[in-house]
Ligand binder design. Structure first.
Ligand code: NAP
Length: 467
């Protein structure tokens, strides 16, 4: 095939791939079309790789095949992690994306330095690419470590931290400018890499585990911007387009999540949120009232309106199918059952939607937080399944609480709350929850799957006895 022809085919394939990426993001917006969105994204990426392999400059395929085999060998087991570990898995993908971008930038710099073809434009985009790539690498590794709890999840802070961090970034930018002004000052290049690697670590250290999802979305955005820079350096239009889509969508997701938690970006990045709260003053300790699964089944079947609030515990226990059984039993009796979906319930955006969709609970029974909250005072029974922070009333009333201001599902406003969890231990933010000692709350202690299984069994037995 002539160079001109393969170039034309590559550009056409890139155009189709870019279109597929845009549609993929669009379809990923709704649970109903999300599957199609995933297929479109995969097809787009497949086409992008095919188009690149046709590129006339490619002289040898052996290293590409070896790299692809290694990538597949690492990628396939990585894709098999449980759903609860997807946030850290995503962070690891960003880390390797950032590393790849940083290494390509370094290779290009060395090649062009040797050829004497470095100009101001090339050096400036390579510098930006390398800074963003390497800081995304270490920052994402730190985020994955915090989520996996191999690194302490609490914020690690020291006086003057923000000044040190901003100073580091300032030095990296100054070195990049000095290099751009004279690309032969090659001693600056390893300095830029080193500072960027350290900056990634220092940036994440003071951020608490509770903010990691937002940080991962932000790091996704940095990885996208790094790819844009790489696209400029390599004159590859598809990389620029895909990187811009990635950068923008990561930023939009981070903004949505900040809003869901009523936080600002600066507060996430510099607020040291997630610090373990100082022990509350010794005062009145309210008693905890508990109920059995059979009591819970009775309360549920005597209700007219039931709201289920799923949380991280439902995901850990894999209790979504038991939830479905209870949904079936209650709706059979003409009881109105809705699911209250908090945007940051679980450990990743859309976590509850995915699990409930897996159990084939109808989409229209899933109600967003803002829509369900006005209905909570008219709700007879709220069944909290392994949710904690997202139903903690301290977010509304306790100015001293680390989650103050975060919008919550107003479970405490319903007539009766049945809360399923194993112990009185706190959730992700590490703080007590007054909902569990509320006057209208009954705790049903145990693993969510086992407890819900017992409740569903009791409902079935009652149903048969009544028939
Ligand atoms: P949560 O506050 O982490 O609470 C989960 C509760 O589930 C725990 O209190 C735990 O209590 C219970 N639990 C654990 N295993 C269980 C089991 N097998 N059976 C029954 N209960 C079980 O969860 P959440 O209310 O969903 O709130 C999410 C939190 O995670 C928020 O702070 C959010 O900011 C943060 N976060 C969100 C995302 C996201 O994007 N969605 C990502 C990362 C972090 P026991 O130990 O007593 O059972």
């Amino acid at each position: 095939m002539s160079h001109a022809l393969s170039n034309t085919i590559t550009q056409l394939v890139y155009l189709v791939a870019a279109g597929l990426f845009v549609f993929s993001l669009r379809w990923l917006n709704r649970p109903k079309t999300a599957r199609r969105g995933v297929f479109a994204g995969v097809a787009g990426m497949g086409l992008a790789i095919f188009g690149t392999l046709l590129h006339p400059e490619i002289v040898g395929y052996t290293p590409i095949v070896i790299a692809a085999i290694v990538g597949i060998a690492v990628g396939v087991p990585l894709s098999r992690v449980p759903l609860t570990a997807v946030p850290q898995r995503t962070a690891i993908s960003h880390a390797f994306g950032g590393l790849a971008v940083g290494l390509v930038g370094t290779a290009k710099y060395m090649l062009w330095l040797e050829e004497g073809t470095l100009n101001t434009f090339r050096t400036s985009v390579i510098s930006a690419e390398v800074i963003l790539g390497f800081l995304t690498f270490t920052g994402s590794l730190m985020a994955a470590g915090k989520l996996q709890e191999v690194i302490p999840t609490r914020p690690i802070t020291y006086p003057g931290q923000n000044v040190v961090n901003l100073g580091l970034l300032g030095v990296a930018l100054a070195a990049a400018i000095a290099l751009t002004l004279d690309p032969t000052r090659s001693f600056l290049f390893p300095l830029i890499i080193l500072i960027s690697l350290s900056f990634g670590v220092m940036l994440i250290l003071p951020i608490g585990g509770a903010d990691m999802p937002t940080v991962i979305a932000l790091l996704n955005s940095y990885a996208g911007l790094a790819a844009v820079m790489m696209g400029f350096a390599m004159e590859n239009k598809l990389l620029i387009t895909a990187g811009a889509l990635d950068g923008a969508s990561g930023l939009i997701l981070a903004i949505i999540m900040c809003r869901a938690m009523n936080r600002s970006f600066t507060n996430v990045l510099f607020g040291a949120f997630g610090q373990v709260q100082a022990a509350a003053a010794v005062g009145e300790v309210k008693p905890v009232k508990s109920a059995t699964s059979h009591d819970a089944a009775d309360y549920l079947q005597n209700a007219s309106r039931v709201v289920v609030v799923p949380g991280y515990g439902m995901a850990v226990a894999q209790a979504q199918h038991r939830v479905r059984e209870i949904y079936d039993e209650l709706t059979k009796r003409g009881i109105d059952v809705k699911f209250a979906i908090h945007p940051v319930a679980g450990r990743m955006p859309g976590h509850m939607n995915v699990l409930l969709a897996e159990a084939e609970i109808p989409y229209d029974a899933l109600i967003e937080m803002e829509e369900i909250n006005p209905e909570m005072p008219q709700t007879d029974v709220t069944l909290v399944v392994g949710a904690n922070d997202v139903v903690n009333p301290a977010a509304r009333s306790d100015r001293g609480s680390p989650i103050f201001g975060m919008p919550i599902i107003d479970a405490d406003k319903s007539r009766l709350v049945l809360a399923i969890k194993r112990t009185m231990n706190p959730g992700f933010a590490g703080i007590d929850n007054a909902l569990y000692t509320g006057d209208n709350t009954l705790m049903v202690f145990g693993d969510a799957k086992a407890v819900l299984g017992d409740i569903a069994g009791a409902l079935r037995a009652e149903g048969k006895a009544a028939a």
